[in-house]
Design a protein around this ligand. Sequence first.
Ligand SMILES: O=C(O)C1=C[C@@H](OP(=O)(O)O)[C@@H](O)[C@H](O)C1
Ligand SMILES: C=C(OP(=O)(O)O)C(=O)O
Length: 435
Amino acid sequence: MIKLTKASKTGLHGEITVPGDKSISHRALMFGAIADGKTVIDNFLMSDDVMHTMGVFRALGVEINHTESQATVIGKGLTNFKAPSAGLDMGNSGTSTRLLMGLLSKQPFDLKIFGDSSLSKRPLRRVADPLSLMHAQFELTNEEFLPAVIKANNELTGIIYHMPVASAQVKSAILLAGMQADGETTVIEKLPSRDHTERMLRQFGGEIKTEGGVITVKKQPQLNGQHVLVPSDISSAAFFMVAGLITPNSDITIKKVGVNPTRDGVIKLLERMGAKILQNAIPSDGEPLADITIKAQTLKGIEITAADIPSAVDELPILALAATQAVGDTIISGAEELRVKETDRIATVISELTKLGANIEEKPDGMVIHGGTSLHAENGSALLDSHGDHRIGMMNVVASLITEGDVVLTGEEAMSVSYPGFMEDISSIIERDSL
Ligand SMILES: O=C(O)C1=C[C@@H](OP(=O)(O)O)[C@@H](O)[C@H](O)C1
Ligand SMILES: C=C(OP(=O)(O)O)C(=O)O
């Protein structure tokens, strides 16, 4: 349990560099492991989720070394993994589980996979169904969940698959299997989801076609080890953007943030809420990067609909907090995917923010947030809970910056799933009471 602090009247100030992108760090390990030769990954995210992906490849016999922010992978190719001596632990990570179900669906041995209690409640048929159409085989608990077995298999066949949900994890699982399948594999997306897998396959020397929402991959010849520079994670930066916007008198800059257009929905939505966000582009050979500067300012309520969700899916909890401070209502719809994240994030956002006096109505596919509430701990003190969900933990910490009264947070260890140093970084921009 930790005590949280309100920011002083002088606000939040300074420059901050948030850690490397979680989605890209997972994928850099995966492509590094299946490539030939050495891959060096800079600004690598050393968080619990990514460590579980690393643990999987080590158990498969891949040599991986790391310092604080760099990982080196000695690739083995796709066909030289060794059979692990125990089940593979996915921890809390949906990305590891779903992408690896695709990537490891053509190995000569069974692979047992398991995860923590939250991950064991998250749906897997969304990847198992299309992968089974490709002739991969799985045994899922109650036909949906972990623990599961990826069955030994020596045949994959390409498919054409219309995505029923907007999900980069589903798309990536199919593409990672498609790279090993006979014939062509085509995924058709209604709404664009993050395209890090496609970009990274190209960087590693592979071929993939993207035309509108139609993405096609064939069996890949050998991929070659690369140098990957991981951008700082926009999903982590989002907590500082909102902190800077809602904490009076703040002025902060977040350095070298990944602003891939399939990920930057949080910036676009905050701009629709009236925020002025300065983006200073930084030249990059890979994923687009920018320094982002924000100052405290008044926001207005907006409507967020299904088309807005994929590029901001992990940022909706912190956007909901921003909406409590806006003038007018913010209506979020088409966001039912939030119900199957580390927690049901519609329920946990509402449960936590209402403890601080927020006025939010629950909807099956979203919420209506009535703006203009001044946050305060009921009866002077509030006990907030991460519910084992890193993004809910960090949303609570940012909420406490503008909350009157004593606030404590339990379950704070969840933050290390994506951002182990979050509390230190927040402290570094809080100006202690000088007034
Ligand atoms: O592909 C990825 O790296 C991710 C995709 C998203 O999940 P969905 O594909 O389930 O939307 C996101 O919520 C998750 O944090 C990371
Ligand atoms: C949903 C998330 O991750 P994952 O699906 O990998 O557990 C997240 O990081 O918010």
